[in-house]
Design a protein around this ligand. Structure first.
Ligand SMILES: *[C@@H]1O[C@H](CO)[C@@H](O)[C@H](O)[C@H]1NC(C)=O
Ligand SMILES: *[C@@H]1O[C@H](CO)[C@@H](O)[C@H](O)[C@H]1NC(C)=O
Length: 527
């Protein structure tokens, strides 16, 4: 991660996703893999209905999984051609993320079936049926694709079963659930924690049209509609105006948010985008993709869960102030999968103390709050982030004692003083603990340091790039050898690391001579 250039969001996300893959292989999913459902018509509903009541969660899943058709060489084309909507999961049996998604996909299939959805749910084992997978456009694992009259649509929803159901319904012609009675409303409340509710006099007209368009375009919020204010009152209490009314309901602490703008699709979508996350989002494996995909500035708090309870209020208050501009995220510092990849970016992976950090994914900059996380300090931090005036964070080890060293150790904090502002020529070795050829180069540099020992105007130095960063140090390969001419520190010369020590010594001599020559010039000119 030693790349002080603006690190793109993609790089962060790749690292974070790779490191944070949950290694939970669900046994039900693997059992299911060996189960054969060859024929499309093997979906025998009668058989399912007459089977005994499932007694455990595992059985419920296995039963739900039978609603998912296994696509193979024989049935795939028929399935895609013969159905208006086919929702396909492409997976590989050995892939942990596939294994994790499968039971959720199966649960979604079971809920969709209950809701009498027209979608055929299918899965394809891409290892066993590579041709089928590639013909469907499955390129990685897991892949979710919705086929609408044979054309595929990439999946853009969340990864809990509830989110899968919501998304599929949105894209298959039932973007809004109509609630017809108070009982239905209460039932709905038991199953959904976040939704948008619309109250209309009639389910027609331009306002209603925009509401439905927003419901279809949005990818994760379930929309419901009613034309009775008593029903609306159950879902969104104290609805005062007659109609139309639109409100967003989500979990604590700001459960109800009333929409107060004109009924236009884009404005409604913007309203959802600004308000759908809680004031402080608790990062989990399930919501992480959604959180990383947010285009807002982000402040992350890393703390132990107990500790965070004390901080929750100041953070909620700060979050209220920056609502719609900055997203506040809490990460349990004990959750290695989620916390470590971030903490590593700050060189603080072993920290157990509460940390407050921020990211601007547009510039790739990262920031660390260096004072106590009080409300005032958090607000100042947020304001600085918003204005783009926070000093970016660069990793650095503690300043080492270089007394008597032939090769001085440079860290992020001393790079300016020891390299850039130093009046001498510097030969800097940039290494990391994991790089393959670093050891050879380190030995060469040690030899060279001995060889040139006593030379007043040349300093040998090294820096561990895995734990030290500096905005002026842009290196992509390790090891790298840089010669910083005394007269021109902003233009270091790269030395070949594959050369022999002798060739390196010759090169260094040449650069030193050029410098001496330059200096003579200067001296002559001055005389
Ligand atoms: C799919 O095709 C059928 C038959 O042509 C058509 O009636 C239907 O509207 C199409 N569905 C979508 C979502 O375009
Ligand atoms: C510094 O080095 C660069 C690139 O080698 C060169 O173009 C520039 O003229 C040098 N500047 C001075 C002051 O020597």
């Amino acid at each position: 991660m030693f790349n002080p250039k603006p690190t793109s969001k993609v790089v962060y996300l790749t690292i974070i996703l790779i490191i944070s893959l949950p290694f939970l292989i669900n046994s039900t999913a693997t059992e299911q893999d060996s189960e054969e459902i060859d024929d499309l018509l093997a979906l025998d509903e009668e058989e399912q209905e007459s089977s005994p009541k499932p007694s455990s969660e595992a059985e419920v899943l296995t039963k739900a999984q039978r609603i998912v058709v296994e696509l193979n060489n024989d049935n795939t084309q028929k399935a895609i051609d013969g159905n208006e909507y086919v929702f396909v999961l492409g997976y590989a049996p050995w892939d942990v993320r596939s294994a994790e998604l499968m039971p959720r996909f199966a649960e979604a299939a079971s809920v969709l079936k209950e809701l009498e959805s027209d979608v055929l749910m299918g899965k394809v084992d891409a290892e066993r049926y590579p041709k089928v997978a590639s013909s469907l456009g499955v390129k990685g694992y897991p892949t979710l694709l919705l086929f609408v009259n044979g054309s595929s649509l990439p999946y853009t929803g969340g990864f809990s079963s509830e989110e899968i159901v919501t998304w599929v319904r949105k894209k298959t012609g039932t973007p809004v659930i109509r609630i017809n009675s108070i009982d239905e409303a209460n039932d709905f409340l038991k199953k959904h924690s976040m939704f948008a509710v619309g109250l209309f006099e009639k389910f027609e007209g331009p306002d209603y049209g925009e509401f439905v368009k927003a419901a279809t375009t949005d990818n994760e919020v379930q929309f419901v509609e009613t034309c009775t204010s008593q029903i609306a009152d159950v879902l969104f209490p104290d609805v005062k105006s007659i109609s139309p009314v639109l409100g967003l309901v989500k979990s604590e602490p700001e459960r109800y948010t009333l929409y107060e703008d004109a009924f236009e699709k884009d404005k409604i979508l913007q309203f959802l985008n600004d308000n759908k996350f809680p004031l402080v989002t608790f990062l989990t494996e399930v919501n992480s993709v959604k959180v990383y995909a947010s285009d807002k500035l982000q402040v992350y708090v890393f703390a132990e869960a107990d500790e965070f309870q004390k901080l929750l209020e100041p953070f909620q208050n700060a979050a209220r102030k920056f609502k719609s501009k900055i997203m506040f995220v809490f990460v349990d510092i004990k959750d290695d999968n989620l916390a470590k990849p971030f903490l590593t970016l700050f060189g603080l992976e072993d920290s157990e103390d509460t940390l407050v950090t921020a990211f601007d994914y547009k510039t790739g900059a990262k920031y660390l709050l260096e004072s106590d996380p009080t409300l005032a300090n958090i607000e100042e931090f947020g304001l600085g982030l918003l204005k783009g005036i926070l000093p970016p964070f660069y990793k650095s080890q503690a300043i080492p004692d270089n007394k008597g060293a032939d090769i001085i150790t440079v860290v992020g904090k001393t790079f300016d003083d020891l390299v850039l502002s130093n009046s001498k020529n510097i030969l800097l070795e940039i290494h990391t603990p994991w790089c393959l050829n670093c050891e050879t180069t380190t030995k060469q540099v040690e030899k060279l340091a001995k060889h040139f020992k006593g030379l007043e105007n040349l300093v040998f130095a090294k820096i561990d790039a895995s734990v030290n960063e500096h905005p002026k140090l842009e290196v992509e390969d390790y090891p790298t050898l840089l010669f910083y001419p005394a007269s021109n520190k902003s233009n270091p010369i790269k030395l070949p690391t594959k050369s022999s020590s002798k060739d390196l010594a010759i090169l260094i001599n040449k650069y030193l001579k050029e410098q001496a020559h330059d200096e003579q010039h200067v001296t002559k000119d001055e005389l």
